[in-house]
Every structure is written in structure tokens, then in C-alpha cells.
Design a protein around this ligand. Structure first.
Ligand code: PAF
Length: 300
């Protein structure tokens, strides 16, 4: 069934109250799925997980100008509202909030914003200055707007693919006492292994083929971690660099919770703990990111 689409905060609040009342009596729950639209199977997985875990599921579609450094990137971001609403309906979403820029930022660009701090300046932040401040600012607003009620459980769903975004949202929720449970949903990949992204549609067939080197390099590390071998990050980096269409921006192996450098030397000593490998590259005009949780002896 096609979900109802509302565009104002007032309509959103009234619709949430009605949906929760219909879901009661007793403790109810609301799952929020924030998106920027141009939805794909990765978003469908967020919606499905939210559907499984909650009485009411609300998705938001808002292309947040604050998190785009380059205005041409913002202009070129795909807008596919009708298809998005249809996909969300197929995956059990009850209500879609698709506000205008003026609805979210009625006074123009906000004077008061969140700062992603030190972590916002690393990895993605080095290549997209200000991106995470803008992302946190809108996520904070969307979490407030979607808040169910004091007596309802509140969960919000984000993809593991944007690992740094997820880590920062978790820190925001912890640092600022947001009453919401942040749920991570595993990355969805194409049959060949490419992590799904709204930007993949801009890749030519040759570029899409070349981009597979990212997930291959991550798998190489995962296999080493499973065998408890030193990770040999250099060989994974060399594999990415061997693909001429792929311009590597960073390849890091970090602590999965903090995204800080690992406390142990994973390159030279047998791998025993947990880590997260992060990679970003430009393939043609498209920036792609991917990551892989690494766990020693996973399948042993
Ligand atoms: O991951 C996204 O699509 C966006 O960064 C988010 C979380 C919806 C905030 O605009």
C-alpha cells in the first residue's frame, strides 16, 4: 500500500499521534528511517528492519543542502520522489515525511549547528569539510521531528555502509542524551560485491566494473582477519591502486567503535581482535565509500 506523504512538521506530528493511537493500547514503538531519497535495496533493508521491529514506521526524504560542500553535487543529487514512495510502501513504511528546504530551515541556513568535532575532520571529513556538521544538524532535527511520545519506544535506522556517519550519530545521541535507540543495518551489495549507493547510477559500466576492486580489497583483509594473520594492509592498498580507473583517497583500518587508530599493530602481528577497514575512492566523477568489519577467526 502507498504510504501517506506529508510535507510539514505540523502534519507529521498529527499523523504520528494518530498512527501511535491506532497501534496502542500499551507500549508502542516508532521506527524512523531518515533518507535523502534516490532509494535502492539498501534503503529497502532499512525500511524492512524498521517494519520488523516497530508498530509504526516513518521514513523521511530530504536532500539536506547543509551536508553538500559542492553546490553542483547538490544539484546533481537524484530526486525520484514517486519511485521512492512506492519503494517505501512495498517495504511496509506507514508514513513519509518529504519536507521542503524552507520547512526544515525556515529562517534560512541555521545559525546554530552541531559540530562533529575531531572525528568529523578525519577520513570522509578531510575530503568533505563541513559534511558531518551538516549531516548531524539535520539528523538531530529529524530525530526531534519524528519523536513519538515519552511512553513509546523510539528507534532510528542507518546503514552500516556510512560507517563514519553511523559512529557520529551514535556519539551525538550519547553526548547529547537523545532518547532514541540507533540501529545499524548491514551494507547491501550488488551480486558482484559493489556496495549499493545512490551515486552508483552515475558510474559507466567500465567504472562499475573497476569499482569492484574496493570490495575485493576489503574482502582480502577480512579473509586475513578470519585466519588471524597480520592484515598486510599494503597489499590491499596495492590492489586498489592497480585499477587505473580508481583514484584511491584513503584506506584505513580503525577501531570499530571509536574510528580511532587501532591500539594494536594489525599489519605485522597476528590479528586477534576486531577492527573496521574503511576505503574511499573516486571512480570517474563519482566518490565511493565502502567498509568492512574485521573479526578474528569469524568462521573458524
Ligand atoms: O545517509 C543519508 O542519507 C543522509 O546522510 C541522512 C542520514 C539522511 C542525513 O541527511
Amino acid at each position: 500500500m502507498s504510504p501517506r506523504v506529508v510535507t510539514t512538521a505540523t502534519e507529521l506530528r498529527a499523523a504520528i499521534v494518530n498512527l501511535l493511537a491506532a497501534a496502542g493500547p500499551g507500549e508502542t514503538s516508532l521506527g524512523l528511517v531518515p533518507t535523502m531519497g534516490a532509494l535502492h535495496a539498501g534503503h529497502a533493508a532499512l525500511a524492512r528492519t524498521a517494519r520488523e521491529e516497530n508498530d509504526v514506521v516513518v521514513a523521511t526524504i530530504f536532500v539536506n543542502p547543509l551536508q553538500f560542500g559542492d553546490p553542483s553535487d547538490l544539484d546533481r543529487y537524484p530526486r525520484t520522489l514517486d519511485d521512492d514512495v512506492e519503494l517505501l510502501g512495498r517495504h511496509g513504511v506507514d508514513l513519509v515525511f518529504a519536507p521542503s528546504r524552507e520547512e526544515i530551515y525556515p529562517a534560512g541556513d541555521p545559525l546554530v549547528r552541531l559540530s562533529a568535532g575531531r572525528l568529523g575532520e578525519k577520513y570522509e571529513g578531510e575530503f568533505r569539510p563541513g559534511h558531518f556538521d551538516g549531516m548531524l544538524t539535520v539528523v538531530a532535527k529529524l530525530l526531534h521531528l519524528g519523536w513519538p511520545a515519552a511512553d513509546a519506544r523510539y528507534r532510528a535506522y542507518f546503514g552500516q555502509k556510512d560507517a563514519q556517519q553511523l559512529a557520529l550519530i551514535r556519539r551525538m545521541v550519547q553526548d547529547l542524551n537523545f532518547a532514541v535507540d540507533i540501529r545499524a543495518v548491514p551494507t547491501v551489495r550488488s551480486a558482484e560485491g559493489l556496495a549499493l549507493s545512490s551515486r552508483n547510477r552515475f558510474l559507466s559500466p567500465e567504472e562499475a566494473e573497476a569499482a569492484l576492486v574496493l570490495s575485493r580489497s576489503l574482502r582480502l583483509l577480512q579473509e586475513r582477519a578470519e585466519r588471524r594473520e597480520p592484515l598486510d594492509v599494503d597489499s590491499a592498498v596495492a590492489l586498489v591502486r592497480s585499477q587505473p580507473l580508481v583514484n584511491l583517497e584513503y584506506f584505513e583500518v580503525v577501531d570499530p567503535a571509536t574510528l580511532e587508530p587501532l591500539a594494536f599493530n594489525c599489519r605485522e602481528t597476528p590479528f586477534t581482535g576486531e577492527a573496521l577497514a574503511l576505503v574511499a575512492a573516486r571512480v570517474g566523477s563519482v566518490r565511493l565509500i565502502d567498509n568492512q568489519p574485521l573479526e578474528a577467526g569469524l568462521h573458524n
